[in-house]
Design a protein around this ligand. Structure first.
Ligand SMILES: C[S@@+](CC[C@H](N)C(=O)[O-])C[C@H]1O[C@@H](n2cnc3c(N)ncnc32)[C@H](O)[C@@H]1O
Length: 287
């Protein structure tokens, strides 16, 4: 029998993921207002937990178009500062443009990797990360970086998706793809949207890195769409790693994946269109 050594699917997972997010940055710019509106309750809770105050310095990690950090800007006021950051330069440019369009002089934007944050120790009062920590290839290292850049007594608020089962709004696409190609999506070892979906694991991750007073709330974040086509278009346009896999399918395979997803999604039909459930875990903690 021949033994095939296990090779990683891609040699540099972090660079690969960064590239994939860069390719969907345009869609995030197009849908930024929708994403922020959908996450309004999550953002409000993050700001309650992290409580940025006038004059404080706030860092948003994995900011995408910067919705959470932009919401914090009014709280810190002109004497404070908000730094929007993302590993993908395209996302940073989008966040910077949104801050400029809003006329927020206390907001700046720069590329930063949440697993190796190029900022001094203790340089922030608050660190925010909405829908980003679960994409870390090494979440322990990412949380250690949050702790390192927070001053003693500084606060963090992090939002991630709950488990796959509680998030059919996105899980259905991953399942349909996995069913058609005969293997799980994302593959084992590659971080995905539900990687930190277990609240007890999330609590252990945060508390294990010297964070105190860890609290975790669950918030409903359903996705409403007037039709299957609108849900499919929106969800796949924003899902960075997933989008590229779908784009690589031949047309018949893509139709087959869509047919599986359609069958499942239509079970969430209501008189107001599709309402696909979603649940976010919103965690707060103090250094
Ligand atoms: C699902 S999007 C969320 C964007 C934004 N936080 C929001 O809630 O609208 C995930 C973001 O994480 C970023 N990201 C992925 N890996 C990252 C890393 N290692 N460091 C920093 N950002 C990362 C992606 O570029 C992308 O902008």
């Amino acid at each position: 029998m021949t033994t095939v050594p296990h090779e990683p699917l891609v040699p540099d997972v972090r660079a690969h993921l960064r590239n994939l997010w860069g390719q969907v940055a345009g869609s995030w710019a197009d849908h930024a207002a929708f994403v922020d509106a959908r996450h309004a309750a999550v953002t409000t809770r993050m700001l309650e937990l992290a409580a940025p105050a006038p004059g404080e310095r706030v860092l948003e990690l994995a900011c995408g178009p910067g919705g959470a950090g932009l919401a914090a800007a009014a709280r810190v006021g002109p004497a404070g500062a908000v730094v929007l950051s993302d590993v993908t330069p395209e996302m940073v440019a989008i966040a910077a443009a949104r801050a400029a369009a809003l006329g927020l002089p206390n907001v700046s934007a720069r590329p930063l990797d949440l697993e190796a944050v190029d900022e001094p120790d203790g340089s922030y009062d608050v660190v925010l990360c909405r829908d980003g920590l679960q994409f870390a290839t090494d979440p322990v290292r990412a949380v250690a970086e949050i702790v390192r850049v927070l001053r003693p007594g500084g606060r963090t608020a992090v939002a991630v998706w709950g488990s796959r089962e509680r998030n059919p709004w996105l899980g259905l696409v991953l399942d349909a793809l996995g069913e058609h190609i005969g293997r799980p999506t994302p593959p084992p070892g590659i971080p995905g949207p539900f990687s930190l979906g277990d609240d007890e694991e999330l609590r252990r991750l945060l508390a294990g890195e010297r964070l105190a007073a860890v609290t975790i709330d669950e918030l409903p974040v359903p996705l409403r769409a007037p039709s299957f086509e609108r849900w499919w278009a929106m969800t796949t346009a924003l899902a960075g790693p997933l989008q590229m896999v779908l784009a690589g399918l031949d047309p018949d395979d893509l139709l087959a994946v869509q047919a599986i997803a359609r069958r499942c999604a239509l079970s969430y039909t209501t008189p107001d269109g599709l309402v696909l459930p979603g649940v976010a875990l919103v965690a707060g903690a103090r250094r």
